[in-house]
Design a binder for this molecule. Structure first.
Ligand code: 13P
Length: 249
């Protein structure tokens, strides 16, 4: 049985004060939630406020990115050790916005993934095709390349600690959710890759989240799919009421 994970990716939103206000409303709304793990991913500057606000709850705080080197002359970067030090338990890696705007590649995701595991963080690895790739019939090939690139040279023990998020680029922030069936087929493709490269046991316990225009009114039909083990929520995770109704689907 795979325990669902509902994660929020706040992207570049919220100050420290707005973060504290969010948790003041959100915490009581999910205090009785037992059926899933809850993760919230604020921007770097609000991580400490989020960790402080979530103390004593079951909510885990995630960073949205971090660099692979532990320290050094890397102006503008923050390491896995640093986000762990501030109290993060997870890190989102390879989000399509990082790939698109900040030159993230499968190779950099792979280096970051190994560094995240070494720092005892739970990596959430994002993969997903663009609309152009889907329309050209290349969606599965893209997932294959991203999966293999991200997980290169990982041991099966390391692989067992990763979460995947399937986020079709055409569904992010567009209001155009993948149908539960389309998402399911992509998740099945990822699980098949996991089985081929990391064994049956790892494949059946791998949790794959769906991301892309998840809202309170579509979470149930997505979660009804056997292949969908949770959600990575952008816009709808910014409001404590809407994110709590997604968590409590
Ligand atoms: P939206 O939920 O706003 O479409 O964003 C999805 C996403 O990118 C989560 O990482």
């Amino acid at each position: 049985m795979r325990r669902p994970v509902i994660a929020g990716n706040w992207k570049m939103y919220k100050t420290q004060a707005e973060t504290r206000e969010f948790f003041q409303v959100f915490n009581p709304l999910v205090s009785a939630t037992k059926h899933c793990e809850i993760v919230v991913g604020p921007p770097f500057t609000a991580l400490a406020a989020a960790v402080e606000s979530a103390r004593g709850t079951a909510i885990a705080i995630a960073a949205q990115n971090a660099f692979w080197e532990p320290e050094g002359a890397f102006t503008g970067e923050v390491s896995m050790q640093m986000i762990a030090d501030v109290g993060c338990r997870a890190v989102i890696l390879g989000h399509s916005e990082r790939r698109r705007y900040f030159g993230e590649t499968d190779a950099s995701v792979n280096r970051k993934l190994k560094a995240a595991l070494a720092a005892n963080l739970q990596p959430i690895v994002c993969v997903g095709e663009t609309l152009e790739e889907r329309e050209a019939g290349r969606a599965e090939r893209v997932l294959n390349t991203q999966f293999l690139g991200a997980t290169a040279a990982l041991t099966t023990a390391e692989f067992s600690r990763i979460l995947f998020a399937y986020e079709p680029v055409w569904a992010i922030g567009t209001g155009r959710t993948a149908t539960p069936e389309t998402a399911s087929a992509s998740h099945a493709c990822l699980r098949c890759l996991a089985k081929e490269h990391f064994g049956e046991e790892n494949a059946s316990s791998l949790r794959i989240l769906y991301g892309g225009s998840v809202r309170p009114d579509n979470i149930r039909s997505l979660m009804a799919q056997e292949e969908i083990d949770g959600a990575l929520v952008g816009g709808a995770s910014l409001d404590p009421q809407s994110f709590s109704s997604i968590v409590n689907f």
